[in-house]
Ligand binder design. Structure first.
Ligand code: SF4
Length: 253
């Protein structure tokens, strides 16, 4: 088994575990409402239980759809929305289940990003260069650089001290949109401004995860940055991964 598959399996396994927790929770509600309650309490719990049951059925269908998509390695458009809703609903519980099992949060998010990327790839997206937005994190910029590149990446003087210069070259080579962002608020601003059909985002596990979850239904392909100097300072990214992601999504005809 490749490590890539093992990575995806971690998130899918925890997602299924979260579903099991939800089932136990609903079973407990049902038991209490049947055996331990006064009539009015039963009514309240019964209503809550029905809502929880509806959520359970939806998430079960979504998790089932996700497993089917990854297993068959093909998309089933019927499951797209349901799978995304299930992931969004179960994600916080998935993190808690992972924590209880002693699994680091970043590892779970890492696995989620792999699952997400696989789903995005399987959609076989091809967009015009102007419909693709590459979002780079501000921490890629050299710590001592005085230029305000988050306002406009063209403010970079391409001195070569950091990789921002390479992103400008990428933008020129492929005519895609590129922006450097400090976080979710600025990322949302650029998404609104450029109106992309697909986004390639480079960030840490935390920012990528929240960005991917918040952006649905906009497809976001995530690439993790390297942090040789610790978090948020003079980070780096494997440029070849960014370049091949751009080539994967743009239609150059
Ligand atoms: S490459 Fe651009 S952003 Fe990086 S240090 Fe030089 S001028 Fe600043």
């Amino acid at each position: 088994m490749s490590s890539e598959i093992a990575g995806k399996r971690l998130f899918v396994g925890l997602l299924a575990g979260s579903l099991a927790v939800l089932i136990v929770f609903i079973a407990a509600i049902w038991y209490l409402s049947e055996h331990r309650m006064y009539t009015y309490q039963r009514t309240i719990l019964g209503l809550g239980g029905m809502l929880a049951l509806a959520i359970l059925l939806l998430t079960a269908l979504g998790v089932g759809g996700l497993v089917l998509i990854l297993w068959k390695r093909k998309t089933f458009p019927f499951f797209h929305s349901i799978t995304n809703i299930a992931i969004n609903l179960l994600f916080p519980l998935t993190l808690q289940v992972g924590k209880l099992l002693g699994i680091k949060e970043d590892k779970i998010k890492d696995s989620f990003i792999e699952v997400n990327n696989q789903l995005v790839i399987m959609k076989k997206i091809r967009v015009r260069p102007g419909e693709l937005l590459v979002l780079a994190p501000h921490c890629l910029q050299y710590n001592g650089c005085p230029y305000k590149i988050t306002k406009d990446i063209h403010n970079c003087k391409q001195c070569g001290q950091c990789q921002v210069a390479d992103f400008l070259k990428l933008k020129e080579e492929f005519a895609v949109n590129v922006a450097v962002v400090t976080g979710g608020t600025l990322a949302r601003k650029y998404v609104k401004e450029f109106g992309p059909k697909t986004v390639i985002a480079i960030a840490c596990e935390r920012d990528l995860t929240s960005g991917i979850l918040d952006s649905y239904p906009l497809p976001v392909y995530g690439i993790l940055n390297d942090r040789p100097n610790g978090p948020c300072q003079d980070t780096r990214v494997e440029l070849e991964n960014v370049r091949s992601a751009v080539l994967r999504f743009i239609d150059r005809r």
